[in-house]
Design a protein around this ligand. Structure first.
Ligand SMILES: NC(=O)c1ccc[n+]([C@@H]2O[C@H](COP(=O)([O-])OP(=O)(O)OC[C@H]3O[C@@H](n4cnc5c(N)ncnc54)[C@H](OP(=O)(O)O)[C@@H]3O)[C@@H](O)[C@H]2O)c1
Length: 308
């Protein structure tokens, strides 16, 4: 059953009543119930299944007016129990914006910050990572993943040394390109990795053929990028109502439909939807509450999207 939070509960969570009235009751429910967690296989540390991605909307932020909504997103995210923030040195201003806002809000301890390394050669990699520490304004980064398999072996070797020195906590690799999947799988087989990050969405399910089962076999955490295929899934359902059976897994918006599909895959640890608006944050966190679709329901969701 979806419980409606009281005005007092919402205020306690720091959610403005004016903004919250614009959302369906189940999104408001997101403000008070705790977020579903999954364990990182290599350590057993728990993470909430919905995080935040910072590509694009955090990339060209210059003015206070541009920062203000992002500050509000990060403030509400941590107030509601969110942890995982994914960024990269190649996302323009994103790392610096995250670092500044996290420092202003004094929320570093509450967060799990993931960034990437996209450089060729050991020196260039070290230089880039030092810059990430400075921009993120933190002495320790939770996860650093080799971005899109750039110079993977050299950078993984270096990242392991940073991990040994306790400057980073977890090591991984990322991709969002099908053409990299064979090399990605090879790397997963050959290397010990805490995390992989890969694209996976209700209408883009290639990763579940081999990569997701392999991650489960190898005991690797899985962070999913592009959960909406940027705008693609929203465009596919434009003008359409949610099927009534979405209620069976406590889903009241399309964003929750797409996200609950992803996080109900047993190999998935979390996903990082690009989130730059507080209204989207509340909506997306709703996917980390209530029931998740079971295997049969997941097939039904696939048939639904494939038929559009
Ligand atoms: N190779 C890699 O390592 C790699 C590659 C790609 C992405 N990533 C990571 O994955 C993250 C996610 O990818 P992405 O941000 O490109 O795409 P995405 O998460 O699939 O989609 C983001 C889009 O969804 C919209 N959105 C978010 N929440 C919504 C909601 N509740 N209702 C309606 N629309 C909503 C946003 O709208 P607005 O534009 O209006 O805000 C944005 O345009 C990135 O931010 C990045 O951290 C990593």
């Amino acid at each position: 059953m979806i419980m409606r939070p009281s005005r007092r509960d919402l205020l306690k969570a720091g959610i403005g009543i004016g903004a919250s009235l614009a959302f369906p009751s189940a999104s408001l429910y997101a403000a008070t119930a705790s977020l579903i967690q999954r364990k990182i296989p290599s350590t057993g540390e728990s993470l909430p299944i919905i995080g935040i991605g910072t590509a694009r909307r955090y990339e060209a932020v210059r003015t206070e007016a541009e920062r203000a909504p992002l500050r509000e997103v990060l403030r509400q995210f941590t107030a509601l129990g969110g942890k995982v923030v994914d960024t990269a040195p190649s996302y323009g201003t994103a790392e610096a914006v995250v670092g500044d806002l996290v420092t202003d809000l004094a929320i570093r301890e509450a967060l799990f910050i993931a960034t990437k390394l996209g450089a060729r050669g050991r020196d260039a990699g070290a230089e880039q990572l030092e810059q990430s520490f400075k921009r993120l304004r933190t002495p320790r980064i939770d996860l650093v993943a080799v971005h899109n398999l750039q110079d993977t072996q050299t950078q993984l070797r270096a990242l392991r040394q940073w991990k040994q020195a306790d400057r980073i906590r977890y090591v991984g690799i990322t991709t969002s390109f099908d053409r990299q999947y064979p090399e990605f799988e090879q790397t997963m087989k050959a290397e010990m990795l805490d995390f992989i990050q890969v694209d996976y969405a209700l209408d883009n399910r290639k990763a579940d053929q081999r990569i997701l089962p392999l991650a489960a076999d190898r005991g690797m955490g899985v962070m999913i990028n592009l959960p909406f295929g940027r705008g693609r899934l929203f465009t596919a359902v434009q003008g359409k109502s949610l099927p009534p059976w979405a209620e069976e897994f406590d889903c009241v918006t399309w964003a929750q439909f797409f996200l609950k599909y992803i996080v109900s895959h047993p190999a998935v640890t979390c996903t990082v939807p690009g989130t730059a608006k507080a209204e989207y944050l509340l909506d997306n966190l709703g996917a980390a509450r209530g029931r998740l679709p079971d295997a049969a329901m997941r097939r039904r969701m696939e048939r639904f999207i494939d038929a559009l």
